[in-house]
Ligand binder design. Structure first.
Ligand code: UDX
Length: 468
C-alpha cells in the first residue's frame, strides 16, 4: 500500500483518488473548496460522472478529504498535482494553480523522507523542471536544502469524461515519465495492481473482456508530457479530418457514415473518433491543441496540421447556422430548439461546448433560442450569459419551433419517438449535429432530416435494397 495525496479535487483528481483507493492505496484528497471536501467526505462527487459516487462510497474507509495541506502532504509517499490549467487568452495554459500547489507542497513536504511529486495536470512540455524549482524553493524556505528529498514525475491522464471510471480502472496504457530511479520504483509499486488488473471490479463497471493486463510505458518526463499532447492532438485531428471529408461527401452525394466505416475498418486507421458532426469541444481538445501550438511557436515551429484541425473544428459550429439558413431562409424571428448543451453525452460539462457558439450565433442573428439537456441546464444557467430559454423536455422545446438542432447525442434523444415531435413543431426541420439519429426513421416520422455529410434525401440505393 502506498500513501497518496492528491491536490485538486476536479474530474481528474477525484477519479484518480477513487481509483487508487479502489486498488488498495490510502488516499488524501485536497482542495481549497470546503463545499467540495464536505461532499466528497460523504462519498459524493462534486460533479456528474457516472459510477464515480459508487466507487467513492465503496472505498471511503481508505480515503480522507481535507482542505489542510499540513494534514495530507507530510503523510504521503506520493503527491499528485491534479489542479486545473485553464487557457489564457493567447492559448497558453494558466499555470497559476499548479504554481500555488507546488509551493504549498514544498512547504509541507516531510523533510525526514523521500516524497515523489507527480504532475497529472496537463502542463506545457518541460514543466516538470519548473514545478520542481517551485517545490525546491518553498521546501528550502521551510526546511533548508532539499537535497534529494523529493523528485518530480509526469503521469498524464487519458480519461474521458462520461467514462472516466472505466477509463481509469481499465486504461489502454499507463504512461509515466520519471528521470529519478526512486521515482520509477514508487510508480511501479503504485500502479502494479492496475497493470496486473489485480483488484475486484466494481459491480456496475465490469472489466471488459479484452483487458487482462495494462501496458506500462516508462519514459523521461518530457516524453510523457509530449505523449499527452500528441494523443489529444491526433484524436482531435482525426475528427476534423472526417469533418472535412464530410463536407466533400455532401457535395458529391456520398454518405460519410459509410465512408468512415469503409476507411476505419483498415486497422491502421481504426473506426473510432470518425464521427462527423458539430465537432469537438470539452476541457481537453480545444485547450491542448492551442497549447501544443503555443509551445511550437515558442520554438519558432509552425504546426500547420494541428492549426488546420482547429480551424476545421470551429468552422463546423458555423455550419449548423448555414444549414438552418438553407432550410429556413431567414433566421431572424425564428424559434430554434437545441437538444443537448454539454460538449458530449453523460456529462454536465459545458467547457468549450459547441452548443454555446451555436446559440450565440443564432441569438446574434435574431432567433429565439430554447434548449433542453438532461443534466446540464442548471450549469448553463449559472455559467452562460446567453438569452436561452431553458425547457424541461424535448417536446417542450419542439412545441411551435421552426427547427431543432441535436447538438449532443444523449441516449434520450437517440431513442425518441419523433412522430410526436414532428406533430408539435411549426416547421418540422431537424439538424442532426452528431449524425446520431436514424435519418430514415426521422424522415418517415414527418421531419426534414439534415445531417453532416449525410445525403438529405435518402439515397435511391436504400429503396432499391428494400425492393430486393
Ligand atoms: C478527451 C480524450 O479522449 C481523453 O483521452 C483526454 O484525456 C481528454 O480529452 P474528453 O474531452 O472527455 O476526452 O472527450 P472525448 O470523448 O474524447 O470527446 C471529445 C470531443 O470530441 C467531444 O466534444 C465529442 O463530441 C467529440 N467527438 C468525439 C466527435 O465529434 N467525433 C468523434 O468521433 C468522437
Amino acid at each position: 500500500m502506498v500513501d497518496v495525496a492528491i491536490v485538486g479535487m476536479g474530474y481528474v483528481g477525484v477519479t484518480t483518488a477513487a481509483t487508487l483507493a479502489h486498488i488498495g492505496h490510502r488516499v488524501y484528497g485536497l482542495d481549497i473548496d470546503v463545499g467540495r471536501i464536505e461532499l466528497l467526505s460523504r462519498g459524493k462527487a462534486p460533479f456528474y460522472e457516472p459510477h464515480l459516487d459508487e466507487l467513492l462510497a465503496r472505498n471511503l474507509e481508505r480515503m480522507h478529504f481535507t482542505t489542510d495541506y499540513g494534514e495530507a502532504i507530510p503523510r504521503a509517499d506520493v503527491v499528485f498535482i491534479a489542479v486545473g490549467t485553464p487557457s489564457l487568452p493567447d492559448g497558453r495554459p494558466d499555470l497559476r494553480y499548479v504554481e500555488e500547489a507546488a509551493r504549498e507542497i514544498g512547504r509541507h513536504l516531510n523533510a525526514e523522507r523521500f516524497t515523489l511529486v507527480i504532475n497529472k495536470s496537463t502542463v506545457p512540455i518541460g514543466s516538470g523542471n519548473w514545478v520542481e524549482a517551485h517545490i525546491r524553493r518553498s521546501f528550502s524556505e521551510t526546511h533548508g536544502e532539499a537535497n534529494g528529498r523529493f523528485a518530480v514525475a509526469s503521469n498524464p491522464e487519458f480519461l474521458r469524461e462520461g467514462s472516466a471510471v472505466s477509463d481509469s480502472l481499465y486504461p489502454d496504457r499507463i504512461v509515466v515519465g520519471a528521470d529519478d530511479p526512486r521515482a520509477r520504483e514508487i510508480l511501479r509499486k503504485l500502479y502494479a495492481p492496475l497493470v496486473a488488473q489485480d483488484f475486484s471490479p466494481p459491480e456496475s463497471v465490469p472489466r471488459p473482456e479484452h483487458v487482462q493486463t495494462v501496458p506500462y510505458v516508462e519514459t523521461d518526463t518530457a516524453t510523457a508530457e509530449l505523449v499527452k499532447y500528441a494523443a489529444n492532438a491526433f484524436l482531435a485531428l482525426k475528427i476534423s479530418f472526417i469533418n472535412e471529408i464530410a463536407a466533400l461527401a455532401e457535395k458529391v452525394g456520398a454518405d460519410i457514415r459509410d465512408v468512415a466505416r469503409g476507411i476505419g475498418l483498415d486497422r491502421r486507421i481504426g473506426t473510432s473518433f470518425l464521427q462527423a458532426g458539430v465537432g469537438w469541444g470539452g476541457s481537453c481538445f480545444p485547450k491542448d491543441t492551442a497549447a501544443i501550438l503555443a509551445t511550437g511557436e515558442e520554438y519558432g515551429l509552425k504546426m500547420p496540421i494541428v492549426a488546420a484541425a482547429r480551424e476545421v473544428n470551429f468552422a463546423q459550429r458555423k455550419k449548423v447556422v448555414e444549414k438552418l439558413l438553407g432550410e429556413l431562409k431567414i433566421i431572424k424571428g425564428k424559434t430554434i430548439g437545441l437538444l443537448g448543451l454539454s460538449f458530449k453525452p453523460n456529462t454536465d460539462d459545458l467547457r468549450d461546448a459547441p452548443a454555446y457558439d451555436i446559440a450565440r450565433e443564432l441569438l446574434e442573428k435574431g432567433a429565439f433560442v430554447r434548449a433542453y439537456d438532461p443534466v446540464a441546464i442548471p450549469r448553463a444557467q449559472r455559467e452562460w450569459n446567453l438569452d436561452i430559454e431553458y425547457r424541461k423536455s424535448v417536446l417542450d422545446v419542439a412545441r411551435g419551433a421552426d427547427a431543432l438542432v441535436l447538438v449532443t447525442e444523449w441516449k434520450e434523444f437517440t431513442e425518441l419517438d419523433w412522430t410526436e415531435v414532428a406533430r408539435v413543431m411549426r416547421t418540422p426541420v431537424l439538424i442532426d449535429g452528431r449524425n446520431a439519429l436514424p435519418g430514415k426513421v426521422v424522415q418517415e416520422a414527418g421531419l426534414r432530416y439534415i445531417g453532416f455529410g449525410v445525403p438529405a434525401h435518402f439515397p435511391a440505393y436504400e429503396r432499391v435494397a428494400e425492393l430486393r
